[in-house]
Structure formats: C-alpha cells, structure tokens
Design a protein around this ligand. Sequence first.
Ligand code: HEM
Ligand SMILES: [Cu+2]
Length: 550
Amino acid sequence: MIAVKDRKLALWNIGIAYIAFIIGTFCGLLQVFVRNDSLQLPKFLDYYQILTAHGVLLALIFTAFFIFAFLIAGMSKTLGSFGPKVSLFAWIGLWTTAIGTTMATVMIISGKASVLYTFYAPLKASGWYYLGLALFIIGTWFTSFALLGHFVAWKKKNKGQFSPLFAYMTTATLLLWIIACLGVVATVVFQYLPWAFGLTDTINVELSRSLFWYFGHPLVYFWLLPAYMAWYVVMPKIIGTKVFSDSLARFSFILFILFSFPVGFHHQLTEPGIDSFWKFLQVVLTFMVIIPTLMTAFSMFATFEISGRNKGGTGLFGWLRKLPWKDVRFSSLFIAMLFFIPGGAGGIINASFQLNELVHNTLWVVGHFHITVGTPVAMTFMSVTFWLIPYLTGREFPKHLQKLAHIQIGTWAIGMLLMSTAQHLLGLLGAPRRTAYAGYNGNESAAEWFQGILSNHVTMAIGGTILFFSAMLLVYIVANLMFVAPKVQDENDLVEFPIAESDTSHTAKFLENWGIWVGIAVALIVMAYALPLYDMIQNAPPGSRGFITW
Ligand code: HEM
Ligand SMILES: [Cu+2]
C-alpha cells in the first residue's frame, strides 16, 4: 500500500482527467451529428469551438493527467513514498496544470480560441489561451522534475543497482516529454504570446508549425509509452507470468526516445516551405520506429504464449484459450493491442511521402488517431483505471461493476470499429477532416461517394453514439470506484497493483546511462532540424498578421 498523501495526489490527477473526458466525449457526440447534418448547433456554439474543446480536452488534458496519475502511483509503489520536496513540487505541478487547463478551456468555451488543438498560425486566439497552454506545460514540468528527483534520490541510495523497470520507463517517458516540450514552449513564448498580446504584428507561420510538430510527434509517444508500460510491466503480472525480457523492454524504450524527435516533418509533407531533402530524411527516420514497435509486439505475444502454455495450453493456438479473458483488466488490454495493429499499419501509410498526398487532411487521419490514441492508448488507460482507482481509494471492484466494465470495453470496441472504419473510408473517398459541412452542398457525385454502407456519415454517427454511451458507462464506473463501492476491511483484500517480476541478470549496464541516450537524441535532433529551422529564420517571409475566422 502506498502512502496516503501519494494516493491523494494520484487521485486528484485521475479526477481531473475524467472531468476532461466527460466534456470531451460529449463534444465528440455533437460532432458526429453535426457532420451528419442532423444537428444544428445553437448560435452561441460553433463547430470549431467544440472541435477545439474535443481535441484539447481528450488528446492533451485527459491523457496528460491520467498519465501523471499512473506514473505518480507507480513511482511511489516501486521506489517508495515521496519525500516532502517531491510532494511539494508535484502539488505545485498539479495546480499549475489545473489553472492552465481552466484558462484554456474558458477561452475555448467563451469562443475566443476556436483554433483547434494544433493552434496553427495564422489563426489567432486570445493571448490567454496560449498563456493557459504555457502554464499547463510548465505545470507538467514541475511534476516531471518531482518524479525525476525521486528517481535520482533512489539511485543515490541504491548505487550500482538497476532501477525497477517501471521507474526506468517512467524516467524515459519524462525525459521524452521534457525534451519534446522545448519546441512548443519556444513557439508559444517567443512567437504566439508576443503576437497575440499585440507586441508584434506578424508571425513566421512555417517556423511556428515546425516547432509545433517538433513537439507534436513525440507527444504521441508521451501517450504511448505509459500504455506500453502497462503492456510490458502490468500485463504479465495479470496473466501470471514475468516480463518477457528486461533488456528488450528497456532497449525498446530507448529506441522510442531516439526516433521520436527527428521526424516531425512527416506531419508537414504538404507544406511548401521545407526542402524535400529534409522531408525525405525525416520520413526515413520515421520508419525506424517500426523496430521498437515490432519488438514490443513480439514480446507481448511471447508473453501471452508463455503464460498460456504454462497453464496447459497446447497446439499452435491452444494457449490463447488459457488466457484470463474474464478478467476485464486483461481483456481490455488485449483489445487495445488488437486495435494497434491496423493503427500502426495506417501510420506507415500516413508517413509515406507519396501516400500522404492522398490521405492528408481527410477523415482518414481522424480514423487513424481514433484507433491509435483513441483506443489502444485510451483503452489501456481504462484497463489501468479498473485497478488503479480501487487500489488508491481502498475500495472493492464489485462483481456488478466488473460486468459493466466488460460491456463498456465491448461497446467502445464496437463503436470505434464502426466510427473509425467509416472515417477511414470516407477519407479515402475525399471527405475532408475539420469541417462542419460534409455534404458538398448536396452535389450528386459527392453524394454517391458518401452513400456506401460503411463510407457513410450515418455509420460514423452510429459508431460515435455507441462510443458516447460507452464513455458514460465508464464515467459511472469511475464515480463508483471513487466514491461509492464498499471499502475493503482488511488490507490483504485490497486489489493488487500488478507489477511483474523482471529479471535484470542479463541486462546491460549502459542501458541505464541516460547521458549517452540523451546525447544521441540531441545529435539526431540537430541533424534533422538545425539547418531547416535556420533556413526558416534566416530566409523568413514577411510573416502573417493574425486571422480570426470565426
Ligand atoms: C465519444 C467518443 C468520441 C467521438 C464520438 C469522437 C468523434 C470525433 C470526430 C467526429 C472527430 C472529427 C471531427 C472533424 O475532423 O471534423 C474527432 C476528432 C478528434 N478526436 Fe475524437 N471522438 C471520440 C473520442 C476521442 C478520444 C478518446 C480521443 C483521444 C484520446 C479523441 C481525439 C480526437 C482528436 C485529437 C481529434 C482531432 C481534433 C482536430 O482535428 O482538431 N477523440 N473526434
Ligand atoms: Cu507523427
């Protein structure tokens, strides 16, 4: 059992995450109906306002707060309770992120920041929106440094020992996050804030987008790495076995750090201001991420097979039947992983220089990130929710809630399958993303493209509705686990915090040498970005004044 004060910190983070989840998924529900032309929003709400809220609240706020809850709880569990300084920093971090989030959300809701979560210039929001985002990032840095400080203190006390795998992976994730944020902090502080508060008239658009995507791609690994932590460290324990290979797990995290950074241009393949050589280089580096991804997939299936065979499963696939399908902590993780197979394959398509031309800015992309962050990551967080909240609140996870959790996971999977398949197909046929008007004014040939069974905005809306139902079911379960479910009487009956055993006897020492890895990461960043960014600054166009299109 971890210390009460650390539990409280983690619970506050989870609470804020789920408040963002409620508002964010409600916006998602509205979106599918607006796009389907069956809902007209009231005058005070426009489509881009709710779409901004949806993106910010789900992709940034829900994920970040949940991730920090998971990391905080796991670091306290594996390295011991936080000292007073670590706690102080982590609380300052929590309140700063919460204030930043509130500022940004208020600006979005009051219609002063309909710039979507990527806040591309020259769209210009109120300066307070950018300030809110900046505070959010600064807050996460406080929490990150608190956790890194906790790690360093542990290392000092345990000289020469390998850190527990959970703590190692947390450190990798936080280093990735801090280095990634440098880009978005640079553009917000030096470009957006002076521009939005009227100190400068124009903004260098290409530079701002490039700095955004320098952050935006590793951002997806900031979502994924904690999910992988649950896959590598938590899942084997749930199915009653050990981590497949400690050194493979550590090495894959290192590779994720290295190849997360020098690749942001793959989001900018259609932009004219970047020479094709740099785009090509970054596309090639993007494909390197396939290596740690397949390493992860291999270890997961090896873990399943080992566990299934240990339980007596035989034959080519007999072991599959021996896995604990009735345990919702496991079935949810398994479904999350299944969704990542088409998700990853789609990513290869998006990142390909030529194929990107076909799918860029279409609904295909929306389909893609709902089967990457929206399911593999989000459903992994749901799986973690089912044991982490009762663990932290000291409550039971009663049978009837477990049944509901199965329904919740199943409906999320069905809803997402319908919604994202429709989005992928509509996108291939040319339906644009980020637009309220999806019908091409009733043009006949467009109507033909969009009237398939799956390539249809109605299918997307049905999927979205099932998803929203599932989201509300989850909120009901979360509220119960937080406040209602009976408390366990005896500490031995507390739900477990599953951390699998990991054998470090074959793990190479240099994997713990963070200096080397951060050094190589910086070298790759300089190689991929120094010249093109220098060029954007030196040969800058006149810049653009701000536009408020809403
Ligand atoms: C009830 C569940 C959900 C529904 C019905 C839903 C629906 C949608 C729709 C229809 C769009 C596209 C709108 C457009 O391009 O015009 C969208 C965009 C988006 N969704 Fe979701 N979504 C859901 C859950 C999620 C979750 C869980 C995440 C992430 C954790 C997420 C992240 C995003 C992001 C980042 C965008 C892009 C926003 C932008 O283009 O600025 N969504 N969603
Ligand atoms: Cu990317």
